[in-house]
Design a protein around this ligand. Structure first.
Ligand SMILES: Nc1ncnc2c1ncn2[C@@H]1O[C@H](COP(=O)(O)OP(=O)(O)O)[C@@H](O)[C@H]1O
Ligand SMILES: [Mg+2]
Length: 410
């Protein structure tokens, strides 16, 4: 890959720069020195204008699942609408794929929107007099895609969202969850680079909602779209997001990975949000693992391994090959017996090793509980080719999920 190509890859897909949005008459006056520093309430009292967004700066990478979270009225919808200029920023820039969206004229904007974005709303936004198929094909129709092609594409996305067989029904005869699938199919039919989703699951019953979240996670593994997703639900945010921006009164008060947010809330507002979030659901094996203190190398043979175990007063240790691939656990008693039988050199044979369950760096701690409870050894963390990256012990897990000292005062 050449330098310039690499650079392109590194540039965020969406850049939001110094964006302000003020609703009301003559909004620009609010941005003048003296007023802009005031709180949202003070601005409203003094000018009658409502501060929607205050100096937002965010970068979103291609393929990221990006969450905007905050209480009602914090500015999430205003921000997501600014990105496609359904609402125009009062000042600031929005750069998407290197193009300045804020300077586009009406026609350019329309073309760009249709080509780049798919949008899913909380209230589905389906047309009741059109069938499921026509609803899913609607965005393509608007783009003048020929009938055959748009139906083929719509059929395909309906199948992707699990609605095969429902093409000829009308939205009114579908459940909420199914209607939202149609909304998603319609957004995906355009094959957009960026999906904007504004509280898409907020109107659904909890069980259906969880199911839709699971399906979206699965879908995203296949699609690898850039998704900007609004929610006021922390659990949804933690489950779906690669990164989360937390908004309050039109400002971003914290931005980071789910793990950053849960383990280091920036202020009391974020703390309130995350207080019932379990670190076990966000911390990963990779974030707490440590290198194995005693490691045996298969090619050094049983005698050396035994000596190493005994000098470290260990009953067992992990064994790796020359590529650091994990082969299993060697136990002191088994090795001793093997050596006593006269086998001093040569590789430690695999049948003398015990196979143990492994996890990867992105396994969340919650999924380690059943493994530590069934297994006397630390848990080896391996990469996709089985290389040993580190180990996790029960103590390390419990230390990571207990509140930090000094945090639990009353
Ligand atoms: N068209 C509008 N006119 C005036 N104020 C608005 C308008 N849209 C949003 N607001 C105000 O902007 C703030 C942010 O609203 P919104 O983005 O809808 O919040 P959220 O989506 O986080 O619930 C709120 O105070 C809201 O009242
Ligand atoms: Mg909203």
């Amino acid at each position: 890959m050449s330098d310039s190509e690499e650079k392109k890859e590194d540039t965020p897909q969406v850049i939001i720069k110094d964006v302000w949005k003020v609703f009301g008459r003559d909004p620009k006056r609010v941005l003048k020195k003296g007023l802009r520093e005031k709180t949202k309430d003070e601005i409203q009292k003094k000018t009658g204008c409502i501060l929607g967004l205050r100096n937002i700066n965010l970068s979103i990478e291609k393929g990221q699942f990006y969450i905007l979270m905050g209480l009602s009225g914090s500015g999430k919808s205003t921000l997501i609408r600014n990105i496609i200029r359904l609402v125009n920023p009062t000042s600031g820039e929005i750069i998407i794929d290197g193009k300045d969206v804020t300077s586009m004229n009406g026609e350019q904007l329309l073309q760009f929107r249709r080509k780049t974005f798919g949008m899913v709303f909380q209230h589905y936004g389906l047309l009741p007099h059109l069938t499921v198929l026509d609803n899913a094909a609607y965005g393509l129709k608007v783009r003048d895609v020929p009938k055959g092609e748009r139906y083929a594409k719509a059929m395909q996305t309906l199948e992707t969202v699990g609605l095969k067989g429902w093409e000829d029904y009308y939205p009114g005869s579908l459940s909420g969850g199914m209607q939202q699938r149609v909304g998603l199919a319609r957004a995906l039919a355009n094959d957009p680079d960026i999906l904007l989703m504004d509280e898409p699951f907020s109107g659904l019953d909890p069980l259906i909602r969880r199911q839709m979240q699971d399906e979206l996670v699965e879908l995203q593994e296949k699609l690898q779209k850039t998704i900007i997703f609004v929610t006021h639900d922390l659990h949804e945010a933690l489950k779906l997001g690669d990164r989360i921006a937390i908004m309050r009164n039109g400002e971003v008060v914290q931005e980071g990975t789910p793990e950053d947010i849960v383990t280091h809330p920036a202020d009391e507002y974020v703390q309130e949000f995350v207080q019932d979030a379990s670190p076990a659901k966000v911390l990963t094996a990779g974030s707490i693992m440590e290198p194995a203190k005693v490691l045996l190398y298969a090619w050094e043979g049983p005698k050396t391994a035994l000596t190493l175990l005994r000098s470290n007063k260990r009953k067992a240790a992990f064994v790796v090959n020359k590529n650091h691939k994990l082969l299993g656990v060697a136990k002191e008693d088994k090795l001793a017996k093997w050596v006593d039988e006269g086998n001093h050199s040569g590789k430690i044979p695999p049948e003398k090793l015990r196979v143990v369950p492994t996890v990867t760096e992105d396994t969340i701690l919650e999924d380690l509980f059943p493994i530590v409870s069934d297994n006397p050894y630390p848990i080896p963390v391996v990469n996709e080719v089985g290389k040993l990256m580190g180990i996790v012990t029960t103590d390390m897990i419990f230390e990571a999920i207990s509140p930090a000292e000094g945090d639990d005062h009353d």
